[in-house]
Design a protein around this ligand. Structure first.
Ligand SMILES: [Zn+2]
Length: 284
């Protein structure tokens, strides 16, 4: 009997994190690179219009991220902080439109400067964390807001509390040596899923996969994966379930599906469709 209890306890310890993690969208190359139609994907849900300030009909996020966001939003509200969402999931084609506008605007700059300046606050399509349904921007993308009294209180609340709900700020100050994009106090990421996708991206995607838009030929030279996709900070994040951060566990999960074709969640249609009516402002 004692052995049986020990076996059940061990099984629960091992399986619970796996079951929790398996709620996320399966990992495929297409998914990691944003070739997803969120409105048709059963892993995604629309964010309540009352919580967004987007000029969109709906903005989508993964179900698990949304559940965590709702808890965090309520806790923030209880402390007098309102966490409205200004941007959530953006697919490859939306990001392509945003990126190419910026790329064109910087066309007078010499080669290296053009790419570095374009990448200050905007990701190349196929490389954005906003592709995954795990990342959201809160309140405002204006630096002035985050320097205001209200902005400082909001940021200080997020730094203090977001980790309790699974969120961390990937683009922190670069003073400590972090590479890639500039600091973004508005951009927060749901680590239990995003950590899996970051690791998967690092191992499954190569610079050759990053193509299909203006300026894509610069991706390898600038080390877009090493310095930008992986140029994040997440040491502040304390996972609610420690085993979740053990990448070794996830290698065997159905969450990892290398086959592009047969995932039931896979909704990529291909083609360079630009859904202009779903366009949001810039940012990665
Ligand atoms: Zn963002």
């Amino acid at each position: 009997m004692k052995h049986l209890r020990r076996i059940i306890s061990l099984a629960a310890t091992v399986c619970l994190p796996l079951l929790l993690a398996a709620q996320g969208h399966p990992v495929t190359r297409d998914f990691l690179m944003g070739r997803t139609h969120y409105e048709e994907d059963t892993c995604f849900v629309p964010i309540s219009r009352g919580y967004t300030r987007l000029a969109l009909e709906y903005s989508y996020i993964q179900k698990e991220t949304y559940a965590a966001y709702l808890k965090m939003r309520q806790a923030a509200q209880d402390d007098g902080i309102t966490l409205n969402v200004t941007s959530a999931s953006r697919n490859f084609w939306v990001q392509k439109y945003i990126w190419e506008q910026r790329w064109q605007r910087n066309s007078s700059l010499p080669g290296p400067e053009r790419i570095v300046r374009s990448l200050q606050y905007i990701s190349m399509p196929g490389t954005s964390r906003h592709h995954w349904g795990t990342d959201m921007d809160f309140c405002s993308k204006e630096l002035a807001f985050w320097q205001s009294e209200k902005g400082r209180r909001t940021y200080s609340w997020l730094k203090e509390n977001a980790g309790r709900f699974g969120f961390f700020q990937p683009y922190t100050s670069k003073a400590g040596g972090r590479t890639g994009y500039e600091e973004e106090k508005w951009h927060w990421s749901y680590a239990p899923l995003a950590d899996i996708y970051t690791e998967a991206y690092r191992t499954m995607i190569s610079p050759d996969d990053i193509s299909g838009f203006a300026g894509a030929h610069e991706a390898a030279d600038i080390n877009i994966i090493g310095l930008y996709v992986c140029g994040i900070q997440n040491e502040d994040y304390i996972p609610p379930v420690p085993e979740v951060s053990d990448k070794g566990l996830f290698k065997a999960l159905p969450l990892f599906q290398e086959n592009k074709e047969d995932s039931k969640h896979q909704t990529s249609k291909g083609g360079d469709v630009v859904p202009l009516n779903r366009l949001v402002l810039e940012d990665k």
